[in-house]
Design a protein around this ligand. Structure first.
Ligand code: 5GP
Length: 114
């Protein structure tokens, strides 16, 4: 069993962060360093997929569940419109190797996230 990622530790309650919403397989938190007026993270409860390509190949239904929760959150926390960003790999800005979607709402000024 690999070491728990920071997101697994948040979900277990070992690191404080409000769980904004969850489904059977996915949960959402606020990003600790927001890059947009609303900046949330949608994260699978399993940490078995490192990035979105692995997730899409291994469990496309789980990816669809993430997108559905992102849409709901954008409606609850903003006007329903949102950008989804998956940083994939270190040079692309990924720092946590437990796949997660950045859900960005509001006027955006930056093109990179994370
Ligand atoms: P990545 O850089 O891997 O695409 O995204 C990881 C994101 O996790 C970053 O935007 C970073 O701000 C966020 N993050 C890292 N540690 C924590 C934490 O302890 N709590 C929360 N809420 N977000 C975190």
């Amino acid at each position: 069993m690999s070491e728990p990622t920071i997101f697994t530790r948040i979900f277990r309650g070992e690191i404080p962060s409000e769980i904004l919403a969850e489904t059977d397989n996915v949960f959402a938190i606020r990003d600790i360093a927001p890059q947009a007026p609303v900046h949330l993270l949608v994260i699978p409860k399993t940490q078995q997929y490192r990035d979105v390509a692995e997730l899409a190949a291994g469990d496309p239904a789980l990816l669809a569940e993430m997108v559905a929760l992102a849409k709901e959150l954008a409606a609850t926390h903003a006007n329903g419109e949102f950008r989804l960003v998956f940083n994939s790999g270190e040079t692309a800005g990924q720092t946590v190797f437990h796949v997660h979607a950045h859900v960005l709402c509001g006027e955006l000024t930056e093109t990179s996230v994370g």
